[in-house]
Unconditional design. Structure first.
Length: 407
């Protein structure tokens, strides 16, 4: 997105094959950015922050909530009208959390029932706001900051708990004026005061996604004789809470070859089989682990104490109702689990070993991958229905898992 708003051609190497990421490319191309894909490298020739053009058709964000919410922030400050839609799952996910603060900035956005896609975004003249976020959401934060580039003045945003900061780092890398003080982030509008006036194209490498790596960390931890290395993983401090949690549970994980690249920390992970203790996950760690919670819940029956997840209501409004779907499939495998409004409690290995069964992921990529890992340690075969839904974030997941399992 930032490359499409920058002046010049950006090269993004190690670009993900995930369907979500390619939904973003399709949207940016429809808005006038010149996008060229060659294997795992993408070249994006931007049109400048005022150079995007109206698309004759509705932009399709596919299954990607990130694409829809972040693009809404950018499109709110343009000079044309855009329609933004997605698949049936995305059309059920709440958008009011983004639309609300953007409307405070002067945005003209219409949503189905005031909360759902498709969205109609009429570009408007935006003004800066001081926004106190009611929930911890990196997507909402990012949407407001991206809109802030096109607003007059300095937009300030304070989050109730720390969330991932990739957007802030990327904005700084491309030349936006950002200030960060604790949980408050400020962005200067590009076209006034301390604004930079433009974004500058960049050539950079995208770190490997730790939220995808977590499935292999879990698999290696489950199986006693495992010993794997995962190279060039993004180890941004707002994403490594999962490694701290695994370590507290007794996992054998070592970080190696750390380096900094374009504001992000990258390194290798060495993981060996280990006996996991389990524990309670709650409070301010939840926003930092939100994408990893399905895998952690599916690990629960293989841990000594089980896994209890609290304060995670956000799981209800992801690609599926992840709390309900986790409970359903854990019970299918013979797990003992208690469903709660804000999470679940999964009994540990003393409650009995899981058995293979048919898993229904309800179109949710992280559910499919989490239960594929659980199936490795269950008795008998496990069948994942609609397994291709993993392609939303990791098209090669089952190929890579099979390659490792055969070694």
């Amino acid at each position: 997105m930032l490359a499409g708003l920058a002046e010049g051609t950006s090269e993004l190497r190690n670009f993900s094959a995930a369907a979500d990421c390619h939904s973003t490319l399709g949207c940016m191309n429809a808005l006038g950015a010149d996008v060229a894909v060659e294997k795992d490298a993408v070249r994006v020739t931007g049109r400048g922050p005022r150079g995007l053009k109206s698309s004759w058709r509705a932009l399709d964000a596919g299954n990607s909530g990130t694409t829809m919410r972040l693009l809404t922030g950018i499109l709110a400050g343009q000079e044309f009208t855009t329609k933004l839609t997605g698949d049936s799952s995305l059309q059920k996910r709440p958008m009011k959390r983004v639309v609300g603060p953007l409307r405070e900035m002067g945005a003209d956005i219409r949503a189905k029932d005031g909360n759902f896609a498709p969205l109609e975004i009429k570009g408007a003249r935006l003004h800066a706001i001081d926004y106190q976020m009611p929930m911890a959401s990196a997507q909402v934060k990012s949407a407001v900051l991206l809109a802030g580039m096109f607003a007059e003045g300095v937009t300030s945003l304070t989050e109730p708990a720390r969330t991932r900061d990739h957007t802030e780092l990327a904005l700084e890398e491309f030349g936006a004026s950002i200030e960060r003080h604790g949980r408050t982030t400020k962005i200067h509008g590009l076209f006034g005061g301390n604004g930079a006036g433009k974004l500058v194209a960049k050539s950079l490498d995208v770190p490997g996604d730790i939220s995808s790596a977590v499935f292999f960390i879990a698999a290696a931890s489950l199986l006693a004789d495992s010993n794997i290395a995962i190279h060039n993983v993004g180890l941004n401090p707002t994403r490594t809470a999962i490694l701290d949690l695994f370590a507290a549970m007794g996992a054998s994980i070592e970080m190696l070859s750390l380096k900094s690249s374009h504001g992000e920390i990258i390194g290798d992970l060495a993981v060996k089989g280990a006996s996991l203790k389990g524990g309670v996950i709650e409070g301010e760690t939840i926003p930092l682990l939100i994408d990893e919670l399905p895998m952690l819940a599916a690990l629960g029956p293989f841990t000594e104490e089980g896994i209890e997840i609290r304060n995670a209501e956000e799981l209800r409004v992801k690609e599926s109702d992840r709390i309900a779907v986790l409970v359903e499939n854990l019970r299918r495998m013979g797990g003992t689990v208690e469903e709660r409004a804000d999470g679940l409690k999964v009994e540990g290995r003393r409650a009995g070993k899981l058995h293979g069964t048919e898993i229904e992921p309800h179109g949710d990529h992280r559910i499919a991958m989490a239960f594929a890992v659980a199936g490795l340690a269950a008795d008998g075969p496990t069948v994942i229905r609609d397994a291709e839904c993993a392609g939303v974030s990791y098209p090669a997941f089952f190929t890579d898992l099979n390659r490792l399992a055969e070694r």
